[in-house]
Design a protein around this ligand. Structure first.
Ligand SMILES: Nc1ncnc2c1ncn2[C@@H]1O[C@H](COP(=O)(O)OP(=O)(O)O)[C@@H](O)[C@H]1O
Ligand SMILES: [Mg+2]
Length: 256
């Protein structure tokens, strides 16, 4: 069994989760020969675009397929179902250039089907365990990750811009993560994005009461790449954000 490091990125919409996740995947997949899994847990599948991946099938597609089988009375016994789900998740895994990617798809609706959800979560957990580093690009809260992707993460990375709203959401997520025993993590820290200068960081740091893993300045390259829909894996070495995210991964002990 691998020693797997699971990193989940959470924060308000638009603060830079997907951009930072994509840069992390780029750096980790280019550094050494560790097995990297990127999980796009945002229904809009933004991480796929940022990594230049075309999603064929999501975990939600698999889930819906099984539910419709169950509804038609076509479902087989539990061991057979598990085998089928296992195969389908493996089939939905996209592999290229030193990393693998899996998209979760839409949040579940149409009733609970808790059994199906928990089977899928078990399979995702098992799959994650065969990788060295797992990067989860989440939605706003950590509950979604807990409910839809996996129960345990090692590093919970909260991302925020310098806005009061963004910081408020990050603070609320930290609060839930600390209070809610269902969410299991080893370390939690904040990454500030689109920062003007160190003075802003110092100001926020004195107010927020969360460890700060690092901060990223406004980066026109990131904006341009997004504008053109170019994969962030093609960011040139001159991009200052690359160096900063590398430093953040070192601070977290994920890169040496
Ligand atoms: N440091 C940055 N400098 C400039 N633009 C950025 C930066 N970080 C993110 N952006 C832009 O902000 C928008 C939202 O970023 P994104 O990573 O998609 O956020 P989220 O995944 O949290 O919704 C995108 O258009 C992205 O290009
Ligand atoms: Mg996103």
């Amino acid at each position: 069994m691998h020693d797997t490091t699971r990193i989940a990125l959470c924060g308000k919409g638009g603060v830079g989760k997907t951009s930072v996740a994509a840069v992390m995947v780029k750096l980790l997949s280019e550094n050494g020969n560790r097995k990297i899994l990127a999980i796009d847990a945002d229904p809009a599948c933004g991480l796929a675009v940022a990594l230049g991946v075309v999603v064929r099938k999501t975990v939600d597609d698999i889930r819906k397929g099984l539910i419709s089988q169950i509804r038609k009375g076509e479902s087989q016994g539990a061991p057979q179902t598990l085998k089928q789900l296992d195969y389908e998740v493996f089939d939905a895994l996209h592999e290229q250039d030193g990393f693998a990617m899996l998209a979760i798809g839409r949040p579940e609706d149409e009733g609970c089907f808790c059994k199906v959800n928990s089977l899928l979560k078990d399979i995702l957990g098992e799959l994650a365990g065969s990788f060295d580093v797992v990067i989860i690009d989440g939605e706003a809260g950590v509950e979604q990750i807990n409910r839809r992707v996996m129960k345990t993460v090692d590093h919970l990375v909260l991302i925020s811009d310098t806005s009061a709203k963004g910081l408020g959401v990050a603070g609320a997520i930290a609060h839930v993560a600390h209070d809610n025993k269902a969410v299991d993590f080893r370390s939690l820290g904040l990454v500030l994005n689109r920062v003007k200068n160190q003075a802003e960081v110092d100001d926020i740091s004195s107010r927020i009461g969360l460890p700060i893993y690092g901060w990223i300045a406004e980066d026109d390259l990131i904006r341009d790449f997004d504008f053109r829909g170019t994969s962030l894996r093609e960011l040139p070495d001159t991009s200052p954000t690359l160096g900063i995210v590398e430093h953040i991964l070192k601070t977290m002990g994920v890169l040496t």
